[in-house]
Design a protein around this ligand. Structure first.
Ligand SMILES: NC(=O)c1ccc[n+]([C@@H]2O[C@H](COP(=O)([O-])OP(=O)(O)OC[C@H]3O[C@@H](n4cnc5c(N)ncnc54)[C@H](O)[C@@H]3O)[C@@H](O)[C@H]2O)c1
Length: 246
């Protein structure tokens, strides 16, 4: 069975990065028209280039910029059917004393406030069209407590679960599904930098004995964005090789 997103549109935030790029390309390969919004405009342009997609430079830490980005994507795509709130800061720090108020604010602004603003701007037009898919990027850190990631990171990702479930209730009557993904250890640049030459040690703690790949996550995004998942809403889907089973 092929998943066909022909005629659908998708906005992927953070699509210049590891997981976001895999999601954007996977949705585009399934037929969706894509827009990628990222602080890294050149990276966003690189992601969309093979698909004639739309690249939007933005700083989602700025609430005005986040709202403008949502509206620009809505205009450029003629409506956003699928919103992937993937942009995020992965922050590592040791213990609560290692968290500064500045870092708390920055992480919460990007990881939690920006998805709230994008949802706020795009849910109303989705309701008007009577369809929509929203996928928020939580984390295993929110499910099991952070291992390496900082407290502020885990809190931002836990907040996304509340956002997801609340909007699933609001969007459901309009045919809109809202779900969250909770990836474990996915081998993207920031994670590789942290793991270094200890990949085998990390893999030994994972039942499937390997780190996740960005494509493992993109496959789940494709499923949740597709008609196959039309009766699934308000879930938090773990993608962690069995490292945490909630
Ligand atoms: N990699 C993992 O192991 C893992 C695990 C759990 C959750 N996640 C989540 O998955 C998402 C993607 O992670 P990744 O590993 O691909 O990270 P990444 O760093 O490769 O990509 C993140 C992207 O977000 C963009 N971004 C960051 N701040 C931004 C801002 N203020 N405005 C606009 N764009 C901004 C970056 O430019 C980058 O392109 C994040 O939300 C992350 O928290 C990742």
């Amino acid at each position: 069975m092929n998943i066909d997103l022909d005629g659908m549109t998708a906005l992927i935030t953070g699509g210049a990065g590891g997981i976001g790029r895999a999601c954007a390309r996977t949705l585009a390969e399934a037929g969706a028209r894509i827009a990628v919004a990222d602080l890294n405009l050149a990276g966003a342009q690189e992601t969309v280039a093979p698909f004639q997609g739309i690249a939007l430079g933005c700083d989602l830490a700025d609430p005005e910029d986040a709202a403008r980005t949502a509206r620009n994507a809505e205009d450029a795509l003629g409506g956003v059917d699928i919103l992937i709130n993937n942009a995020g800061l992965i922050v590592y720090c040791d213990g609560i004393q290692g968290v500064t108020v500045d870092s708390w604010d920055k992480v919460l602004d990007v990881n939690l406030r920006a998805p709230y603003i994008l949802c706020r701007e795009l849910l109303a037009p989705m309701k008007a069209r009577g369809r929509g898919r929203i996928i928020n990027f939580s984390s295993m850190a929110a499910r099991s407590g952070a291992i390496d990631a900082g407290l502020q990171y885990a809190c931002s990702k836990a907040g996304l679960i509340g956002l997801t479930r609340t909007l699933a209730k609001e969007g459901g009557p309009y045919g809109i599904t809202v779900n969250a993904l909770a990836p474990g250890i996915i081998a993207t640049d920031p994670v590789r930098a942290k793991v270094g030459d200890r990949e085998a040690d990390y893999a030994a703690r994972i039942p499937l004995r390997r780190l996740g790949q960005a494509q493992d996550v993109a496959n789940a995004v494709l499923f949740l964005a597709s008609p196959l998942a039309s009766y699934i809403t308000g879930v938090v889907l773990d993608i962690n090789g069995g490292m945490y089973m909630g």
